[in-house]
Design a protein around this ligand. Structure first.
Ligand code: HEM
Length: 140
């Protein structure tokens, strides 16, 4: 019997999410959810995202974020993608992301998993991947 990574009977999370299309779906809905939240009264995510939203080169910056995020999730779920962006610590350094901001972002991620109709097992595994990045993301 092969290893967990190579045994075709044990599909990776990447495969179970629907490979590249599935990762893109998750990332695109999450980014849309975050963008929508920055437009509500008393938004929790506007503070951290305003440098991006106010950048004259916002389209290029959004495209870079999307690309990095897809590669990061593609790699973390066991796919062939490779993340070449900043470490989570460097990417969020100086933002001083709060517990509240974290939890609103995580709700946007959960809502994307729901919209993309991920199974319960896949949702739990993806949630664990995100939650393992929390310490590097919050409070720096
Ligand atoms: C596990 C959770 C998170 C992951 C996986 C994640 C992932 C990423 C990635 C991959 C980047 C781009 C890094 C690069 O350019 O090299 C990034 C940047 C960023 N993240 Fe996060 N992030 C998370 C949580 C958060 C939270 C909670 C917030 C705020 C509420 C946030 C706000 C931002 C902002 C504002 C940027 C910079 C975008 C820019 O300036 O172009 N992130 N994040």
């Amino acid at each position: 019997c092969g290893s967990k990574e190579t045994d075709p009977a044990t599909p990776t999370l990447y495969e179970r999410m629907g490979e590249l299309k599935g990762i893109e779906g998750f990332v695109d809905v999450l980014m849309a959810n975050v963008a929508a939240e920055t437009a509500v009264q008393n938004s929790s995510m506007l503070r951290t995202h305003s440098p991006l939203l106010n950048d004259p080169d916002k389209p290029a910056r959004l495209a870079r974020l999307r690309n990095n995020f897809i590669n990061q999730m593609g790699e973390a779920t066991g796919g062939p993608l490779k993340y070449t962006g900043l470490s989570m610590l460097s990417a969020h350094k100086g933002m001083m992301i709060t517990e509240k901001e974290w939890s609103v972002w995580r709700q946007a991620a959960d809502a994307s998993m729901e919209t993309n109709k991920l199974g319960a097992k896949e949702r739990a595994e993806l949630a664990t991947i995100l939650d393992e990045m929390k310490a590097a993301t919050v409070g720096h």
